[in-house]
Ligand binder design. Structure first.
Ligand code: AMP
Length: 210
């Protein structure tokens, strides 16, 4: 199964992608995680991406198309994958099609902007393994410490309230048109926001028939 997670930043794409990946036994490819690792390692891609990411802007399409093509070549992707945070623009989606990436579903997580702002203020991430938490909705067992690898959790720089507003604006302008794009291809599944993570997961499983 090949699935694209669509939705605003903070809609829960990463959290639900991880749950789905476990259920379906396929990997999650997160361009955000790949880029953060590149920034941390100081690679040429990281150096190019950093200023865009810090400002809540999208990294140029050519950079993303390159890192995605490389990631999808991994043997772990042979039986399918979940794409978290990519494509983010129509040109990225078109480039994927041109490369022969044939997805089964684009899953749109619909969350109102006000709920996004609230969620992102409580988000904590693991800088070592990329796991995501929320101080209220999905706290780690020990405050401030990653359940999976034991590293200290951090607040992402681009989760600052002003940057969140910029990211939402970018989402509406550049990413939201993908909903119509995949609807036109008969691939769209929409899930309305539920009060809990488990509620959203149940709706997603229902939408995908799994
Ligand atoms: P995310 O973790 O998916 O919210 O991504 C964090 C940041 O990485 C975004 O705000 C963008 O600056 C950049 N980024 C991640 N994926 C993409 C993409 N597909 N296209 C452009 N920029 C991206």
């Amino acid at each position: 199964m090949k699935i694209i997670m669509l939705g605003a930043p903070g809609a829960g794409k990463g959290t639900q992608a991880d749950i789905l990946a476990k259920k379906l036994d396929i990997p999650t490819i997160s361009t955000g995680n790949i880029l953060r690792a590149a920034v941390k390692a100081g690679t040429p891609v990281g150096l190019k991406a950093k200023s865009f990411m810090d400002a809540g802007k999208l990294v140029p399409d050519d950079v993303i198309i390159g890192i995605l093509a490389e990631a999808l070549q991994g043997p772990e992707c042979a039986n399918g994958y979940i794409l978290d945070g990519v494509p983010r623009t129509i040109p990225q989606a078109e480039a994927m099609e041109a490369q022969g990436v044939d997805i089964d579903y684009a899953l749109d997580l619909e969350v109102p902007d006000e709920a996004i702002v609230e969620r992102m203020s409580g988000r904590r991430v693991c800088p070592a393994c990329g796991a995501t938490y929320h101080i209220v909705n999905n706290p780690p067992a020990k405050e401030g410490v990653c359940d999976k690898c034991g590293a200290d959790l951090i607040i992402r720089a681009d989760d600052a309230p002003e940057t969140v507003k910029d990211r939402l604006r970018t989402y509406h302008e550049q990413t939201e048109p993908l909903i119509a794009f995949y609807c036109g291809r008969g691939k769209l599944k929409t899930v309305e926001n539920q009060p809990t993570i488990e509620g959203n997961t149940a709706e997603i499983f229902k939408a995908l028939g799994i």
